[in-house]
Design a protein around this ligand. Sequence first.
Ligand code: E4P
Length: 217
Amino acid sequence: MKFFVDTADVAAIAELNALGMVDGVTTNPSLILKSGRDILEVTKEICGIVSGPVSAEVVSLKADEMIAEGRKLAKIAPNIAVKVPLTWDGLKACKTLSDEGHMVNVTLCFSANQALLAAKAGATFISPFVGRLDDINLDGMELIADIRTIYDNYDFRTQILAASIRTVNHAAECARIGADVMTAPPDVIRKLASHPLTDAGLAQFMKDWEKTGQKIL
Ligand code: E4P
């Protein structure tokens, strides 16, 4: 499973990228707001760090305006994936931008039928939002599994980009089900390394090592 980082925080992206943990980046208008940066500038900087797909989201609601914005965003760098919302206009924009050869990430997907439409419109990525479904007491992971089954049934090439990943359990479940990609905030990716038994085992080893009175360096 590929790891995308869900942030516009350049320092966090650079740190994870140096560890080989970054296969791509996703941003959205809320993350751009949080960064306090200009969308074109920060996206260009991210594309200079990461060689994989970097999603940049359009903000218009009409297809023709989304297409114009998408073309402008795609000029930032060759690894831009234009992010469009899963609306009827978004699907139109997806089809046009995909036909022009751009990578397209269709976002805000909350149903298997929406994912089916995105695949038919030529999306490179579909972004089902796991955490936001869990927030309203629905099962986000069940949606990932349903889309996996549907895409495999018909050999759709659209990649499942599990989004709104909030917990380490979300990440492991996505990998078990076979999501192609998950996108998670830097903190969630860092937490994947943590386990209480690792901490306890290490503390014991340190205690015993001190008792040996030895040094390696
Ligand atoms: C994905 O592309 C979205 O930016 C993101 O995963 C949304 O996550 P949230 O529901 O935690 O805001």
